[in-house]
Design a protein around this ligand. Structure first.
Ligand code: NI
Ligand code: MN
Length: 226
């Protein structure tokens, strides 16, 4: 699978010629100034929750790509009011088998409202099962014990975990989260975008190494195979 980082918590995961895009926040992010969002492709856009730093480019990219947007019911309703109608509403605990992958919505401990103040429903994470690999996108979340259920439920080949602290779990809790989900290949997200979530990269890498795990802190614009 090819994973491309667009900054903050925005990633594209490509497999079998299909592109999944997560939490599009690109044009307001100064660290992602070199990303040309008009070239981004997506067959599905998955939205973990409604905060600005996860949906800033959602409406424009949904219209540009024609992708199906997967989100909470409340975000789906809000999207219809923005003229985005290719949507698939879900909620925590549910799964749906799409054409090329299975998506299960899992618990995230966080809040969710849209930039205009509309209630966004539950914040969620996603467990994605594909013929090539399974992966977990945690969204914005605290460390929580339900992550053990995710690790028991499926073998997870790699996982996206927030590291930045303050609004989500930080590095130490993310190491524990990696244990809970029984996954050794972690891709960091939700760090460095603003002062309150700046992390020390060496410290983060060292702490994951000490736990026998590998942390990837991808460069914005970089594509890596997982
Ligand atoms: Ni958030
Ligand atoms: Mn966030």
């Amino acid at each position: 699978m090819q994973v491309t980082y667009y900054g903050h918590s925005c990633f594209s995961v490509e497999f079998g010629g299909k592109h999944l895009l997560f939490d599009p926040f690109i044009t307001p992010n100064p660290l992602a100034a070199d990303i040309d969002s008009t070239t981004i492709r997506a067959d599905m856009i998955l939205v973990s929750h409604g905060h600005e730093d996860h949906v800033a480019d959602l409406v424009s990219l949904a219209k540009q790509t024609g992708a199906t947007v997967i989100s909470s019911f409340e975000i789906h309703t809000w999207l219809h009011r923005q003229g985005v109608t290719r949507t698939h509403p879900m909620n925590t605990g549910g799964h749906w088998i799409f054409d090329f992958c299975k998506v299960k919505c899992v618990n995230a401990v966080h809040s969710s409202s849209l930039p205009d103040g509309t209630y966004g429903g539950n914040a969620m994470g996603f467990l994605i099962e594909t013929p090539e690999a399974n992966f977990y996108y945690a969204g914005d979340t605290a460390l929580h014990y339900d992550m053990k259920l995710i690790g028991d439920y499926k073998k997870i080949d790699f996982a996206f975990l927030p590291l930045g602290n303050n609004f989500t779990m930080g590095i130490d809790n993310a190491v524990i989260a990696a244990d809970f989900i029984k996954c050794d290949r972690i891709i960091g997200m939700h760090y460095d975008t603003m002062e309150m979530i700046r992390i020390n990269h060496q410290e983060a890498t060292r702490k994951f190494d000490a736990a026998g795990k590998h942390l990837n802190l991808m460069k914005i614009g970089e594509t890596k195979t997982f």
